[in-house]
Design a protein around this ligand. Structure first.
Ligand SMILES: Cc1ncc(COP(=O)(O)O)c(C=O)c1O
Ligand SMILES: [Zn+2]
Length: 390
């Protein structure tokens, strides 16, 4: 087994440590997300100057960062080549909106067409390592497709619950991979409640985002990749479409780890959370100065991944946004559709509505004077538009 510097899990709320070599959902102390912790002093000793070859492996997937991921035996690594997605220049978009430099991190090139592949590769690998036989996930659609694919590859059983109005492509991919699909007349939180009830008889392990610790570890690799693509720097601004917020929290964690490894200083990108006007609990909490969000009532948006009325990691999202001197902004479905068309025409990228929301959000932030023309900005294009054509 390749070396991992992972040593334990900590409660994300109170910091109390938990032994990591057994299956866990939320922390037993506070019922909050668990965070994987590493012996970064020992890892730092592997780094000589800017030569990372002894820390990062030459594998062309996110498993390149295996030393900074949880322990998984080779036989349990479940990979479809996820991660290592391109950072594309958004030159035409930058000219149009009046910024000097925009990058598009094209997560649509992941297996299953979205960044959900990153988290599921880690969650499924770890669940397999720790002996789970059956997994379940509530989803807006994309996480369900990713779980179905990775569970198939790991030869594990999977159950996916998604709102019945989720994209047909998501339902089709779940069925194609042989997972059980439950369509729910409700939102992602209703799907979660249903699966929790069923787990009492099925014993399926719940891999809901942030309700197990490893999807976060998969998504944090987006932060490492940004740093590598930009030759050891980070951008000024990151714009991220926020539902459960796993990617935003994960990147924030990755930056702290890079600093502990001596690879960056204390400066951080300003983290901008974009939500839909029809479901914006984090934006509301940010403007209210609150440290956690109130559940959003009557959530409605065409960007299904942003239709998350209550995020278990709300306090972690808000902390990252505030500590980074970032912001939170809500955009209309109309602005999302406009942005989707603009990226397709200007950049040759067919993007998911959630991904297009980042451009709509950036335009708002520029108009409000929150992002200046000389700030290097990365938009997270979290998914392909190919699942949304019909
Ligand atoms: C394409 C896409 N973008 C963004 C999100 C939101 O992701 P997160 O839970 O990391 O906030 C989702 C979640 O379903 C998604 O499918
Ligand atoms: Zn705790």
């Amino acid at each position: 087994m390749a070396r991992s510097f992972c040593v334990r899990l900590d409660c994300g709320a109170c910091g109390k440590p938990v032994e990591s070599e057994q299956l866990h959902n939320l922390s037993p102390c506070c019922g909050k997300p668990l965070l994987a912790r590493y012996d970064l002093d020992a890892a730092r000793e592997q780094v000589t100057g800017t030569d990372l070859s002894s820390l990062f492996s030459p594998v062309d997937s996110l498993w390149r960062y295996r030393a900074l991921l949880p322990k998984v035996d080779d036989a349990n690594v479940t990979s479809l080549g996820e991660g290592r997605t391109p950072l594309l220049s958004g030159r035409t978009t930058a000219e149009r909106v009046g910024l000097e430099n925009i990058w598009l991190k094209d997560e649509g090139q992941n297996p299953t067409g979205t960044f959900k592949a990153r988290g599921m590769s880690l969650a499924v690998s770890r669940a397999r390592q720790l002996g789970a036989l059956s997994l379940s996930v509530p989803t807006a659609g994309n996480a369900g497709g990713a779980l179905a694919a990775y569970a198939a590859r790991a030869r594990l059983a999977a159950t996916v619950a998604m709102p019945k109005d989720a994209p047909e492509a998501n339902k089709a991919e779940v069925r194609a991979h042989g997972a059980e699909l439950i369509e729910v007349d409700g939102l992602i939180n209703d799907c979660g409640a249903l699966l929790k009830e069923r787990a009492q008889t099925t014993g399926a392990f719940d891999v809901s985002t942030l309700k197990e610790p490893y999807r976060l570890e998969g998504k944090k690799t987006m932060g490492y990749e940004l740093w590598e693509h930009l030759s050891g720097r980070l951008p000024d601004v990151i714009v991220y479409p926020t539902g459960g917020g796993t990617g935003l929290i994960g990147m924030w964690k990755a930056f702290d780890e890079l600093e502990a490894l001596g690879l960056i200083g204390p400066e951080r990108p300003r983290m901008m959370a974009v939500q839909a006007e029809g479901c914006a609990p984090i934006v509301q909490a940010f403007h209210a100065g609150a440290s956690s969000a109130e559940p959003w009532v009557g959530a409605k948006t065409m960007a299904g991944g942003l239709r998350v009325p209550q995020a278990i990691g709300d306090f972690l999202i808000l902390e990252a946004v505030r500590k980074s001197a970032g912001g939170a902004v809500a955009v209309s479905d109309h602005a999302i559709v406009q942005a989707q068309g603009a990226v397709a025409r200007d950049e040759g990228l067919l993007v998911a509505p959630e991904a297009a929301a980042t451009l709509a959000g950036l335009e708002r932030l520029i108009a409000d004077g929150k992002v200046a023309h000389d700030e290097e900005t990365v938009l997270f294009v979290t998914g392909s538009g190919l699942k949304h054509l019909v």
